[in-house]
Design a protein around this ligand. Structure first.
Ligand SMILES: C[S@@+](CC[C@H](N)C(=O)[O-])C[C@H]1O[C@@H](n2cnc3c(N)ncnc32)[C@H](O)[C@@H]1O
Length: 314
């Protein structure tokens, strides 16, 4: 059992994900979501030369904070400041055609979420930013102030099933005619002004809109879909992919992709056997997702929506 000290970001499903990777000490591993190095440091501790860890993050602050931590463990790692949508391209340029394990721990890290000036949280007043990659030209403010009323409503509905998506989009449209909406609290006030009091009592009224905007700003769902394909391609035989997701839209993408590649390509009822070429190249390790234990939930309530799915290359 790995026990983490209380720190800025508490790694979610740490034991389960590390066990799930089934680490070989001389293997090549990729952590697509380095964050504060919580999972990466436990992968790195298990590796011996020629074993190596490649860790991606699109957030400059995550790269800086984690490089200090990892350098105290071992030299067998490489940090890559890039989007994991360029996973394969980066690994090829590192001279690595196949790897033994890949981890995705999706979403934002706690320090990122709690930092007022990153604009991810409705709990703090800050710029409407929400970019995980500070080099990205699109911010939440640019979407809020430039998309049409319908486009905004669609984003709120599609990415978070916001019940009052149209009402909120309409009010944003009216307010921004007078002046641009630039801060998190301005947006929170707009939302509060149009949703019913009953809804406000159920949950924070801005929760869903903020989730939807973050997904849109960072193009999270398309990136996940493309990157899973690349990860499956990169996997050596016996290698595993572990994905920790935090909401149903992400989990659905992972679940469907893993199901698709672990099922026979076609099933012909006239043929008694599945021919070799049609046999799946992957096997599901988790038929049902792994979720946090009651002990983990107690220490880290933020892990409550986490789901871990694991697949192995045959
Ligand atoms: C939940 S945190 C990971 C926490 C990490 N496992 C730990 O225990 O410290 C997710 C991290 O992935 C990064 N991230 C999310 N999507 C990304 C993407 N498409 N490309 C690269 N990094 C990404 C975020 O910037 C964030 O630092």
């Amino acid at each position: 059992m790995i026990i983490m000290k209380q720190q800025e970001h508490i790694p979610v499903l740490l034991n389960e994900a590390i066990e799930g990777l089934n680490i070989k000490e001389d293997g090549i591993y990729v952590d697509c979501t380095l964050g504060r190095g919580g999972h990466s440091s436990y992968i790195l501790k298990q590796l011996k030369n020629p074993g190596h860890l490649f860790a991606f993050d699109q957030d400059q602050e995550a790269i800086e904070a984690s490089s200090q931590l990892l350098s105290t463990i071992s030299p067998h790692y490489t940090l890559i400041h890039d989007n994991f949508s360029r996973l394969k391209e980066n690994m090829i340029s590192q001279g690595i055609p196949l790897v033994n394990g890949i981890l995705f721990d999706l979403g934002v890290s706690s320090p990122m979420f709690d930092q007022q000036d990153r604009g991810f949280s409705y709990r703090f007043d800050g710029p409407l930013d929400m970019r995980m990659d500070q080099r990205n030209p699109i911010t939440a403010a640019s979407l809020i102030n430039s998309l049409s009323e319908k486009e905004l409503a669609d984003i709120f509905f599609k990415y978070s099933e916001e019940r009052y998506s149209r009402r909120i989009a309409k009010q944003i449209f009216l307010v921004r005619k007078e002046k641009p909406i630039l801060t998190t609290y301005e947006l929170v006030d707009i939302i509060k002004s149009v949703v019913p009091a009953k809804y406000r009592a159920e949950q924070h009224p801005a929760k869903r809109v903020f989730q939807a905007l973050r997904i849109a700003v960072n193009n999270e769902l398309n990136v996940l879909e493309e990157s899973l394909d690349q990860a499956l391609d990169l996997l050596a035989s016996g290698g595993r992919i572990c994905v920790i997701s935090f909401h149903s839209l992400e989990d659905r993408i992972v679940k469907n992709k893993f199901k698709e590649v672990s099922s026979p390509a076609t099933w012909n009822r006239n043929m008694p056997l599945v021919v070799d070429e049609e046999k799946p190249k992957f096997k599901l390790i988790t038929k049902k997702p792994i979720t946090p234990s009651p002990q983990e939930l107690e220490v880290n309530p933020r892990s409550h929506s986490a789901k871990l799915r694991i697949i192995e290359k045959i």
